[in-house]
Write a protein that binds this ligand. Structure first.
Ligand code: GYE
Length: 349
């Protein structure tokens, strides 16, 4: 009886320990989820000690560039004690409008907004203005009927990126390179463009044409919107490489599309960087690696590490300060002519 009683008590004790262990286990899983959530680049919130809340409407996760950009903003927010409400619009304008409206309803202090395309935001920006919430345009530029609808812009200078692409090919083809049609026929260029109507696609196209103006030995024979996606780069290359008997240069608005078109070229036995000159923008690690092994000829940097600057500007806006209307980040150009490509530090994206 006594034994049985002991057994029963032991059983209870064991059961109790098991329940506690299970509860601790659950708590551990929950805690790690919260931590992962805070570090994640997916939707969610990060908590902050400053009391400042920033709503960040991101475009999507279409490229390594974009994923790193998202991470950079999350990290900077965490470092500066800013609570970040993050929404990924999955490349849809209506999702960005919804996200901005939800930030207004939440009464965030500042909205940071990477606009998918340049125009069509006036109404929702007016709603933010009426609610007294300053909007910072990040990464891509905005076109509005009223400049006072946003506080300022920080991001890339895509016009200059386009000009740099033109500068590279002008130099390349004026140095007596053994390209068969040089001097007798114009150099034939295909452009794989970014998302139609987005400011980087507009700027990269315009700057490129501006750079080529007056150089009659270049001809853009074809241009197509590849939406900044690797799959689209591959798809477009599959088609055009068969369609056009001669392509001398492919100018691609981002590395993701470039990697897709390189896949297609290799499948067709065309040597990227040798049979066709490749100029690409972003400078993600994979593009620098391709430059090193001769599959790409020129890589124009577009810097995604905007987080610290975005968060600093957001803090200034939250404190009621004025910020500059336009801030471009510093960017470099890497080419096959650089004497020491191995010394390029790891890109991180
Ligand atoms: O070049 C590209 C992307 O808006 C500048 O968006 C950015 C572009 C970047 O996804 O890879």
């Amino acid at each position: 009886m006594a034994k049985g009683g002991m057994g029963f008590r032991k059983g209870i004790v064991f059961a109790f320990i098991a329940v506690i262990a299970a509860m601790l286990g659950c708590l551990f899983v929950l805690l790690s989820l919260v931590t992962v959530g805070a570090q994640d680049t997916g939707p969610g919130k990060t908590t902050g000690s400053t009391g400042i809340i920033v709503g960040f409407s991101q475009i999507g996760a279409e490229s390594a560039w974009r994923k790193h950009n998202t991470l950079s903003v999350h990290e900077a927010a965490r470092e500066k004690g800013i609570r970040l409400l993050y929404e990924n619009a999955e490349q849809k304008r209506e999702n960005q409008i919804k996200a901005i409206r939800s930030f207004i309803a939440y009464r965030v202090d500042v909205i940071a907004f990477a606009p998918l395309v340049a125009d069509g935001w006036d109404n929702v920006l007016r709603e933010a203005k009426e609610a007294g919430i300053p909007v910072l345009a990040v990464d891509r530029k905005l076109e509005t009927s009223d400049e006072s609808l946003y506080a300022g812009f920080i991001g890339t200078d895509s016009l200059e990126e386009g000009r740099n692409a033109a500068r590279f090919i002008i130099k390349k083809f004026s140095s007596g390179a053994p390209y068969k049609r040089y001097r007798t026929e114009p150099i034939k260029i295909v452009e794989i463009a970014g998302t139609a109507g987005s400011s980087p696609a507009l700027g990269r196209a315009e700057g490129f044409r501006e750079g080529l103006a007056g150089h009659d030995n270049f001809e853009i024979i074809y241009s197509e919107d590849g939406d900044f996606l690797r799959s689209r780069g591959y798809e477009i290359a599959n088609r055009i490489l068969d369609e056009f008997p001669v392509i001398d240069v492919i100018y691609s608005h981002n590395d993701s599309m470039t990697l897709g078109l390189i896949d297609s070229m290799k499948e067709k036995g065309i040597r990227p960087g040798k049979d066709i000159v490749i100029v690409t923008i972003d400078a993600e690690q994979a593009a620098i690696d391709a430059l090193r092994n001769g599959e790409v000829n020129c890589v124009i940097e577009c810097n995604p590490k905007l987080g610290p600057a975005i968060i600093d500007l957001a803090i200034q806006l939250a404190e009621g300060k004025e910020i500059p209307r336009l801030l471009h980040v510093e960017e470099q150009v890497f080419t096959e002519d650089d004497p020491d490509l191995d010394s390029i530090p790891p890109r991180g994206y």
